[in-house]
Design a protein around this ligand. Structure first.
Ligand SMILES: C[S@@+](CC[C@H](N)C(=O)[O-])C[C@H]1O[C@@H](n2cnc3c(N)ncnc32)[C@H](O)[C@@H]1O
Length: 321
């Protein structure tokens, strides 16, 4: 019987091989991500149709297949949508003929497993239409966002409006319970507000799915600081009429990915750094501010201006409460 002796050299080679594989995977991921961001920044809003192939989707949207694959991953698009529609349609058809049929009977007659039938039972027995997204994944993302609500104290938005002028129409795409939007409105602007979670303010909608009119609004918001932030900034920049104002931690000025994807080609026109700590409250509870360690973050207003060239101006801003 032959055996391979596991020497240090063998282990070393294996580690190098694994590293190379890892790098390849990471490169591939960023390659797709880059193409996607590139397409998005050219103002191409991707419309994915789950009933046709990736290739056909790429052709219809005028983007690469890599972009479509990345979009599917990023936007949590459900690739098995048409299969699910078939399951629901088959079962509905059988139930129409035999309204008293049990789930076990359905399983035997249609060939779908009992767990599949259970999963779609509410659709099978109602008129409800299946959306083209995997609801469980969307719900998981929404659940995550449920707890990802940090409200901006009204004084912070007022600080911005003292320093910057905006177009009459403003989009607040991550409005939460409207603490920013209300201040903007009270300053005489027209505000359109959205949030993925119904927090009792504005319209409910995912920033990546809502069909916003391009070149219609300036954008003012405090976005979620999650893995989508770069895409969020890119989309804001491609949608805005003239200006984008984002409240972000000051350390977001650094970071290789942020630099390569945003600042290298599209640096902000101005950055207003807060002289003091500001009140960003979990769940909008501003009274907890003093107890929360999270407020040690230093924030700044990042202002992008369409067509502006030149270096970024750094200014300081004072929070007047
Ligand atoms: C940091 S909070 C800011 C709320 C508000 N802008 C403020 O400053 O008071 C971010 C908000 O974005 C919402 N959100 C997260 N992902 C979203 C998405 N893809 N589309 C729309 N809203 C989203 C969250 O539900 C949350 O309410």
């Amino acid at each position: 019987m032959s055996s391979t002796k596991v020497t240090d050299r063998v282990v070393q080679k294996w580690l190098i091989f694994n590293d190379t594989l890892g790098c390849l995977k990471i490169n591939l991921y960023f390659c797709k991500a880059y193409k996607y961001i590139d397409d998005m920044s050219k103002g191409k809003d991707i419309r994915y149709n789950p009933a046709i192939s990736v290739k056909e989707n790429a052709k219809r949207n005028g983007v690469t297949e890599a972009t479509i694959r990345y979009h599917i991953k990023r936007q949590l698009v459900d690739r098995r949508y048409d299969r699910k529609l078939n399951i629901i349609a088959d079962c509905r058809r059988y139930l129409k003929k035999y309204p008293n049929a049990t789930r076990t009977e359905l399983q035997k007659k249609t060939g779908y497993s009992l767990s599949t039938i259970r999963k779609y039972w509410s659709y099978i027995t109602s008129e409800e239409e299946l959306t083209d997204f995997d609801n469980r994944k969307i719900k998981k993302y929404q659940l995550k966002q449920m707890n990802n609500y940090y409200a901006t104290h009204p004084s912070v938005t007022q600080d911005l409006l003292r320093c910057e002028q905006f177009d009459r129409k403003i989009l607040e795409p991550f409005c939460g319970s409207g603490t920013m939007a209300e201040v903007i409105k009270n300053n005489g602007y027209e505000v359109v507000s959205y949030d993925i979670i119904d927090r009792g303010y504005g319209k409910v909608g995912d920033f990546f799915s809502v069909d916003f009119e391009a070149n219609e609004y300036d954008i003012i918001t405090n976005p979620p600081y999650d893995e989508n932030l770069i895409l969020i900034i890119k989309r804001c920049l491609s949608l805005c009429k003239n200006k984008v104002a984002l409240l972000l931690p000051i350390n977001f000025l650094s970071g290789k990915e942020r630099y390569d994807e945003i600042y290298a080609n599209c640096p902000p026109a101005r950055v207003y750094v807060y002289r003091e700590r500001i009140n960003i409250a979990i769940d909008g509870d501003f009274t907890k501010y003093n107890k929360s360690a999270r407020n040690q973050t230093v924030y700044a207003w990042y202002i992008w201006e369409r067509g502006r060239e030149g270096v970024t101006e750094l200014r300081w801003i004072h929070n007047i409460k």
